[in-house]
Design a protein. Sequence first.
Length: 308
Amino acid sequence: MSKKLAIEITNLTKSYEDVKAVRGIDLKINKGEFYGLLGPNGAGKSTTINSITSLVKPSKGSIKIFDQDIEKNFRFARSKIGIAQQEVSQDWFFPMEKLLYFQAGFYGVKKTKAKDRIDYILNKLGLDEHKNKKMRELSGGMKRRLQIAKALVHDPEIIILDEPTAGVDVELRHDLWVYLQELHKDGKTILLTTHYIDEAELLCERVGIIDNGKLIVEDSVNNLKKLVNKSSIVIHLKDDITSINFLNDFNHHISEKKVYVQTESPNLDLPKIILKFSEASVNIEDVHIPQTSLEDVFLDLTGRKIND
């Protein structure tokens, strides 16, 4: 039995005069999936999610939410989605709690029903003590949490988060990660855009890498890492050494007190390499086998780092 699709994008294209922001993206996200759209600033992430939520009208292509076209059945589509935008845009004249009641009203949630939901979200996001504060009284982190609260106030099935932890401190990032993992366990479909490698690796079941308006690859985090052969062993020596003739069977180079050995099977070759050092009476201080990251995948596929 095939999985039900929450989001289906076909040949999404968007141009702004001479600038092609998105160049024919095809994307399918399953119901209940945590999907990460990873890429640098300007890659087309925000244009893609703004197209899903009808904030941007695509030049070409189609988008479906639970098999319903967002143009033909836009009320249905919008009712299923909650979005936290990257740019903070709020009313400066009302307290936080009041803004959430307004947001609930936009989706037809009655005030009596909204109260329990708003109280719950304020508590989960650590905002209950600040609910009577106006925007000018909030820190950057609290404004970011308010954006997320507004996205969740009508309890949507699909949650779209555009760089939700950009510019916030480490403690808040981790608190948000915990809450997002709870939402995922509750069956929510989450689409996260980010340029933080660790965020995508920790949270997402599948990751799509977008660059220059194109989705260049997508898969599970583990499978993406397998695309890159970065297997190596780093050996830290106690003393300086200029050459290691006994390692001529291995591709290696020396930098200061470190020896870098390239190998496709580091776990299998490590005992052999350690034995060669021992036989040559070269003292080893530490051994490290670096793990391939999504940063390595992005660099291998695009030729640059994600934050370049």
